[in-house]
Design a protein around this ligand. Structure first.
Ligand code: FES
Length: 613
């Protein structure tokens, strides 16, 4: 039987043990390092590079092809392919890490919410025990006015609670159950947590259920990203691997429980005072959280396992909160339009708007909802990971070192996250550079970067000098090697523009189809609400310039924050909001674009960038 071997990760020096044959990606996850895996660990993107500092780790054929002979001889490997064969020391370069300090949108619109939660506390005084008492403890509790049933755990605690507090105790009731009995008066301590569970990030907000006030927020990268950046690769893991679902469920639960631990550390509020938790996320995340196989979402007709909200208790998962805490998982609309979209409608009151309004959440999976009259149409499009920097040659997530803003003003002006040297281009930077190149005439509407002899003669030489012709294509130099964090130049390549066009066209085609179904022109839209992490960091005029959004005035395009989180908080705080979410799901018509013959036509039309207005 093989024995586990020692693996040292540098530069931290963290040590783990694993069996020979373990893929380095998994060993890194054991050590708490999440490596960037845009292609889902299939060896195709070469973004998960690590360096073997000591020990043996033979390169595979695929690694030789992806990295080249010279780099493999230096010790570079792909974490998703390389396997442990014996004791080893591995360095994980900063660029390969899926850093936790990436830009995560935790805020919402900050509007006030109704406060009428499922959980409430009542303080009661049980008369002292007389020597002639013949009633049971439970009968004495009932005589004091507690008429609803006790959970088994609450019943188990009853004798001790009654006797440790001279009969003064707090009854914690959720819906029609007493979920806990606490000695003394704990009525001022009653909390819940609202979670936004995204494919990329997890955000938890600790909320005071008495006042409705947010106490603290904590966010982390979803540990499932070690198994692939997009939901499709994770669904495939469930379909193709025995135990795959269990691994993915443990990963997301681990991330959620770490957030709960962090909230406790930050606030010193005991996790046992958390009696309710609400989750809103996309269909795949919600199912994986509950341990429900999402395989059916990987094939037509993309059927979710449930539509109505799910309810159970914290012990069923388990979560690091009160074991009898009530858990709610948001109702889902259909296909890939999940609980986060329902939460978005609840948060923005989209169904109550009086003018035609679009709600757009742009991500690897883009969700679009259109409200017009009594119609509520919702769809999702696979935008792919370009907006997250994947499949872009010098792409990266919106983390430290990412170029997030580009202006062409005589020359290139950049804004880099963390004010450090640039290391790559994130989604907002990609949209900016495309919009700016279109504006100055370096990029044409077909998406071709023009060679120096075709660009306007009036263009400043500083910009002209950045064009590099290579094998019939032109690349645009964003950052010379002397100024980049990696020591290599950062180019925008022709193929990067093609990836952007694909992602862009998917979103716009989805919008166009919904407008068409509602019989609306884009100009009739009263508002576009941009939700989610990415949507809230993009520049509206640039999103319009590249055609991602219809040409409506920028002041009608509004950022609405993390609506998934905000909707979850509304439901956490009010049973009426929970009923409202259930009603909304019944009103929305799910539009499955995979079955729509117009989608492909709209998609190819949207591949062209619009002419200048
Ligand atoms: S090559 Fe390893 S994750 Fe893509």
């Amino acid at each position: 039987m093989s024995k586990e071997v020692k693996i040292i990760f540098q530069p931290s020096g963290r040590i783990v043990h694993a069996l020979p044959g373990t893929v380095i990606l998994e060993a890194a996850a054991l050590a708490g390092f999440i490596i960037h895996t845009p292609c889902g660990g299939t060896g195709k993107c070469a973004k998960c590079i690590i360096l073997i500092r000591n020990g043996k780790c033979p390169a595979t054929e695929q690694e030789l092809t992806a990295l080249g002979k010279a780099r493999t001889e230096e010790g570079f490997r792909l974490a998703c392919l390389a396997r442990i064969t014996g004791p080893i020391t591995i360095e994980i370069p900063e660029n390969s890490l899926f850093q936790t300090h990436q830009k995560i949108l935790t805020g919402d619109t900050g509007e006030t919410r109704d406060v009428n939660p499922r959980v409430r506390k009542t303080v009661i005084q049980i008369p002292p025990l007389s020597p002639h008492e013949t009633r049971s403890d439970l009968e004495r509790l009932q005589a004091a006015g507690v008429s609803v049933p006790l959970t088994f755990l609450a019943l188990q605690s009853l004798p001790n609670v009654l006797r440790s507090s001279n009969g003064l105790l707090t009854v914690v009731q959720a819906d029609q159950d007493v979920i806990a009995l606490e000695p003394g008066d704990t009525s001022s301590s009653c909390y819940g947590i609202a979670f936004d569970i995204g494919s990329t990030t997890l955000v938890g907000t600790l909320v005071d259920l008495l006042t409705g006030i947010d106490i603290a927020v904590a966010a982390r990268v979803n540990p499932q990203t070690s198994f692939g950046d997009d939901v499709i690769s994770r669904i495939q893991k469930c379909r193709g691997e025995k135990g795959g679902l269990m691994q993915l469920q443990s990963a997301i639960l681990d991330g959620i429980n770490r957030i709960i631990d962090e909230l406790e550390r930050k606030t010193r509020i005991s996790r046992l005072s958390v009696y309710e938790v609400v989750f809103a996320g996309n269909t795949t995340m919600q199912q994986m959280l509950c341990g429900i196989d999402p395989s059916a979402l990987g094939e037509l007709p993309f059927t979710p396992a449930f539509r109505d909200a799910l309810e159970f208790t914290a012990r069923d998962l388990p979560l690091h909160v009160h074991p009898c805490a009530k858990i709610t998982v948001f109702p889902q609309i259909g296909g890939f339009v999940g609980g986060d979209t329902t939460a978005g409608i609840v948060a923005t009151r989209l169904d109550r708007t009086t003018e035609p309004t679009l709600l757009v959440d742009i991500g690897t999976n883009g969700e679009i909802v259109l409200k017009h009259g009594s119609l509520l149409l919702a769809t999702s499009v696979a935008a792919g990971p370009a907006f997250e920097g994947a499949r872009i040659t010098n792409g990266m997530r919106a983390t430290s070192g990412a170029i997030e803003k580009v202006i062409l003003d005589g020359d290139v002006k950049l804004n880099v996250i963390g004010n450090t040297k640039p290391a790559g281009l994130c989604g907002t930077g990609l949209i900016d550079i495309a919009a700016e190149l279109l504006r100055v005439g370096i990029l044409d509407v077909t998406g071709r970067i023009l060679p120096p002899d075709e660009i306007p003669a009036t263009l400043p030489s500083a910009l002209r000098d950045r064009l590099v012709a290579d094998k019939g294509e032109t690349h645009f130099l964003l950052v010379p090697k002397t100024e980049s964090a990696t020591g290599s130049p950062i180019f925008l390549y022709q193929r990067d523009i093609r990836e952007l066009q694909l992602a862009n066209a998917a979103i716009r085609a989805g919008i166009n189809i919904l407008l068409k179904m509602a019989g609306l022109e884009a100009s009739q839209l009263g508002a576009i609400l941009l939700a989610g992490g990415f949507g809230n960091f993009i520049r509206r005029n640039h999103a319009r310039r590249i055609g991602m959004l219809p040409p409506i005035p920028c002041d009608k395009i509004r950022f609405v924050g993390n609506t998934s989180s905000f909707g979850a908080k509304r439901v956490l705080l009010s049973t009426q909001e929970k009923d409202y979410a259930a009603r909304v799901v019944g009103q929305v018509r799910h539009v499955d674009l995979s079955l729509d013959p117009d989608f492909h036509l709209e998609f190819s039309n949207s591949m062209l960038f619009p002419e200048a207005e």
